[in-house]
Write a protein that binds this ligand. Structure first.
Ligand SMILES: *[C@@H]1O[C@H](CO)[C@@H](O)[C@H](O)[C@H]1NC(C)=O
Ligand SMILES: *[C@@H]1O[C@H](CO)[C@@H](O)[C@H](O)[C@H]1NC(C)=O
Ligand SMILES: *[C@@H]1O[C@H](CO)[C@@H](O)[C@H](O)[C@H]1NC(C)=O
Ligand SMILES: *[C@@H]1O[C@H](CO)[C@@H](O)[C@H](O)[C@H]1NC(C)=O
Ligand SMILES: *[C@@H]1O[C@H](CO)[C@@H](O)[C@H](O)[C@H]1NC(C)=O
Ligand SMILES: *[C@@H]1O[C@H](CO)[C@@H](O)[C@H](O)[C@H]1NC(C)=O
Length: 480
């Protein structure tokens, strides 16, 4: 690619030279007109990131025209071209890629029509040449900048400058997978046009600032995978347009606030892996748009039955694993017709598992392992067949499955067969043999196992067995 570019540039230069030869000097070059300051600012800005050996004016004499730079876009304002988009980092093969030792040059802030600035895998040095985001001059971009993104820059460290708060036109601020530290600057709350705020996978700590009063246009808010602690700020409830809220993988604690009820358009709520407590808030049952609700691995506690789950008709994924729930699994779960994943593992749930759950048309994963469920699993053979390993009910010591409906391949892992069924089959096996000359494979196996376990006091067992069989035979004839 580069070869072709250089080649075509050589041709272009030869062409110009031949023209100037003919016309004795002055030529009107068809170059996109730019202010010299704008053009120089562009070259210098890029050079700061990609290294001094990169000579912009040499390689790209017409950056908004004949010799476009990968990752740079321009727009036309009042007869001149200005840079509007600058993407640094290896997005395409021929993208600008960053040097080991690099710097933010002040020229960046001279690009007065810059709308979108992004850095991807640019600041990578882990030790020697770590970089911080400069604090000054962002005000110069306040009128134009709409999107600012630092993504996967492991060598980008230090704090987020509070001066980001002047970027009044910002609609998207993405600081994802960097090495940023310190508090989330409350000045972000000034960015009232924000639609997307992603601060995920950094090392932000401290509390989430109570800064959301003005952010009524925010659609996506992601603070996941940081070191945030403390309680939820009440102003979260002002994010009335919000579609996605992800606060997972932090150290957040305290109650799930009732202000969640204001997030009527929320489709994703992910609070997993935190330290929330205080029970499920009733306001959850007003999140009518919710499609994914993931609360797993918290200390939330409380009874599942306190919520009217049937209100959440759009739920597709519900994960309440390991949050200290008590009580019985409400039958209203079986009204969530779109539900595909239901995770209730590792709680303290009691009572029976309603076979109605198997009527959920979309369900393809159901985990209830690690609870204290009791009684019989009354699901159909088809249900176990359909779910396979995506049905998990192990570690419920008082739960059993009905052996009659089960083919051996569909026995739910880690669940024991129901006791009275065994007795019945132990005795029936012989009876069937006696009466019909027919032995069911499954029941025969169980009967043999029963015999083996009783072998040490074989006489006694055989005696008992004969009595049982007599009873069954008698019953049979009385039944007739
Ligand atoms: C870049 O190239 C131009 C033209 O070839 C040259 O005049 C200039 O000195 C070079 N600049 C640097 C910093 O090497
Ligand atoms: C919620 O979504 C609906 C439908 O998409 C939209 O009309 C409404 O304005 C949204 N509400 C808010 C507060 O953004
Ligand atoms: C479940 O209840 C038992 C007894 O009440 C308690 O010891 C245990 O810690 C509880 N487990 C969970 C996960 O809450
Ligand atoms: C399962 O079936 C048995 C007998 O058919 C019944 O006694 C029991 O209540 C049922 N359990 C559930 C959870 O429906
Ligand atoms: C499970 O429930 C039974 C009663 O159904 C109770 O006796 C037992 O202590 C419970 N086990 C745990 C670990 O909570
Ligand atoms: C015997 O097993 C088959 C499947 O292997 C099953 O269809 C049948 O219902 C079983 N009969 C009894 C009496 O358990």
């Amino acid at each position: 690619m580069k070869g072709i570019k250089v080649f075509s540039y050589v041709i272009f230069v030869l062409f110009i030279i031949s023209l100037s030869g003919r016309c004795y000097g002055e030529v009107e070059l068809d170059i996109s007109p730019m202010e010299k300051t704008e053009q120089d600012a562009l070259y210098s800005t890029i050079q700061g990131f990609v290294g001094d050996r990169w000579n912009g004016s040499d390689l790209y004499p017409d950056p908004c025209g004949w010799t476009p730079i990968q990752g740079v876009s321009c727009d036309f304002f009042n007869g001149l071209w200005y840079v509007t988009v600058l993407n640094i980092g290896p997005i395409h093969d021929n993208s600008l890629s960053c040097a080991k030792k690099l710097e933010f040059r002040p020229h960046l802030f001279e690009l007065k029509h810059l709308k979108s600035l992004s850095f991807f895998k640019c600041f990578q040095s882990q030790h020697k040449h770590q970089v911080t985001i400069p604090n000054g001059n962002w005000n110069k971009l306040a009128g134009s900048l709409e999107s600012l993104e630092f993504r996967s820059n492991t060598g980008l460290v230090g704090k987020v400058p509070s001066s980001f708060g002047v970027l009044k036109n910002l609609q998207s601020l993405v600081l994802l997978e960097n090495g940023l530290t310190g508090k989330v600057p409350p000045e972000i709350g000034n960015l009232i046009k924000l639609k997307r705020l992603v601060l995920s996978s950094n090392y932000f700590n401290g509390q989430i600032p109570d800064m959301f009063n003005g952010l009524s246009e925010l659609l996506i808010f992601d603070l996941s995978r940081n070191l945030l602690s403390g309680t939820l700020p009440l102003s979260l409830g002002r994010l009335t347009s919000l579609l996605k809220l992800d606060l997972s993988h932090n150290y957040l604690e305290g109650n799930l606030i009732k202000e969640f009820a204001y997030l009527k358009n929320l489709t994703l709520l992910d609070l997993r892996n935190n330290r929330f407590s205080g029970g499920l808030t009733l306001s959850f049952q007003e999140l009518y748009s919710l499609e994914e609700m993931v609360l797993s691995n918290n200390a939330i506690g409380g009874n599942m039955r306190t919520l009217k789950w049937e209100n959440l008709q759009n739920l597709v994924i519900l994960d309440l694993s390991n949050i200290g729930l008590i009580g019985e699994i409400p039958e209203s779960m079986s009204k969530l017709k779109r539900l595909r994943f239901l995770g209730l593992s590792d709680n303290n749930l009691t009572g029976n598992l309603s076979p109605k759950l198997s009527t959920l048309p979309s369900l393809n994963a159901l985990y209830v392992s690690g609870n204290n469920l009791t009684g019989e699993l009354n699901f159909s053979k088809n249900f176990y067949g359909k779910m396979g390993t995506r049905f998990g009910a192990w570690s419920n010591p008082n739960l059993c499955y009905q052996i009659g409906v089960m083919s051996e391949s569909h026995v739910p892992f880690g669940v024991k067969p129901c006791h009275h069924e065994i007795k019945l089959l132990e005795s029936n096996a012989r009876t069937y043999k006696l009466l019909n000359g027919y032995v069911n494979k499954t029941s025969h196996t169980i009967a043999s196992l029963g015999f083996l376990s009783c072998a040490p006091n074989g006489f006694c067992w055989t005696f008992l067995q004969e009595i049982l069989i007599m009873c069954v035979v008698l019953n049979f004839y009385i039944g007739l």
